[in-house]
Design a protein around this ligand. Structure first.
Ligand SMILES: NC(=O)c1ccc[n+]([C@@H]2O[C@H](COP(=O)([O-])OP(=O)(O)OC[C@H]3O[C@@H](n4cnc5c(N)ncnc54)[C@H](O)[C@@H]3O)[C@@H](O)[C@H]2O)c1
Length: 306
């Protein structure tokens, strides 16, 4: 039976559990939250949902205060999504403002994951995503290939939608990636983008304006509802399923760059063992510069908490 743990049952964690139970690809979900009562409520609510579905998923709660997080030991995957999204309200949704809080959460949770004997794959959502991925890898002490950040997957989906709208094509006919930081230093790698197999420069588009819309998209969502959940919950489920199915599929995730020695949004092959390899994209000079700038921003954030 496939088993997945979800640490953090806020807007993101709860929606991730909901989508996971509905997709029915996971046999057991173990949920954990510092607020034990909330985790138990989510368990009961999910069980109501499951009884109405044709799928079959067991839901367990790992007691946050237990000496040993023994329910984590045999999991295939842990999704890491604790946070405090309300902390961003006074800061216009800027992800970096969570760093002081979420870096502490890593210090608190990583030893418990390590002590549980867990040896699977960690998929991390918590912001700033690229920095937290690196901290988890370092503090749990697993291989770099065993940690995957959700990276620029959402922005890539948003780009497909925006380019589809701008060209009148279906968004499923758009290929290519947004790369770099999951933050303000993300960038659409236009040289990778195709519209129904035609290069993007075949179309008369204001690419700078499109890039701005893609970067601002997360803020647009945050400004109205003060959290984001649906897109990320779906994206993380696709990563989970790629791992469980040993899919060997190229995904825009935050993966370890051995040259830069940090996690950053790039295209990587995802399979059962985590990141199998990085896809060596032929980025143009402008894109290579943007990638380096994203790496500098990620490193600067990492330095703030080290
Ligand atoms: N990578 C992405 O694309 C992406 C997208 C959306 C949100 N996020 C990030 O995901 C994180 C969660 O967002 P949210 O909206 O669910 O936040 P939230 O504030 O709604 O929920 C956070 C949950 O974490 C729990 N928590 C806090 N400290 C904990 C700890 N030490 N151990 C276990 N649980 C703990 C809280 O009790 C709460 O239930 C945030 O960092 C947010 O910025 C990332």
């Amino acid at each position: 039976m496939n088993k997945v743990g979800i640490i953090g049952q806020g807007h993101v964690g709860a929606t991730t559990s909901l989508v996971m139970a509905q997709r029915g690809k996971v046999g057991k979900i173990v949920i954990v939250d510092k607020n034990n009562a909330k985790a138990k409520s989510e368990q009961a609510d999910l069980q109501d949902q499951i009884a109405l579905l044709s799928t079959d998923t067991e839901i367990e709660v790992q007691d946050y205060n237990a000496e040993q997080w023994s329910k984590l030991k045999d999991l295939d995957i842990i999704i890491f999504c604790p946070g405090k999204i309300s902390a961003l309200l006074e800061h216009g949704g800027e992800r970096d403002y969570e760093l002081n809080l979420t870096s502490q959460m890593v210090h608190e949770i990583a030893p418990k994951i390590k002590a549980s004997g867990f040896s699977g794959i960690i998929v991390t959502i918590t912001n700033p995503c690229d920095v937290i991925a690196r901290m988890l890898q370092e503090e749990i002490g697993v291989k770099t290939s065993q940690v995957i950040g959700t990276g620029t997957g959402l922005e890539t989906a948003r780009m497909h939608h925006a380019v589809g709208n701008a060209t009148g094509h279906n968004y499923h006919d758009i290929q290519g990636y947004v790369l770099g930081e999951h933050g303000d230093k993300m960038f659409p790698a236009w040289s990778t983008v195709q519209v129904a197999s035609q290069a993007i420069n075949h179309f008369q588009l204001d690419l700078d304006k499109l890039a701005e819309d893609i970067t601002d998209g997360g803020y647009t969502i945050f400004n109205g509802k003060h959290f984001t959940n649906n897109g990320i919950a779906t994206w993380v489920n696709l990563i989970v399923e790629a791992i469980l199915n040993d899919a060997r599929i190229a995904m825009p995730v935050s993966a370890y760059d051995p040259n830069l020695k940090l996690y950053i949004g790039q295209v990587a092959i995802v399979r059962q063992t985590g990141i199998d390899e990085i896809v060596d994209l032929a980025l143009n000079d402008h894109e290579q510069k943007a990638y380096q700038e994203a790496a500098q921003a990620i490193q600067a954030n990492y330095n703030k908490v080290h």
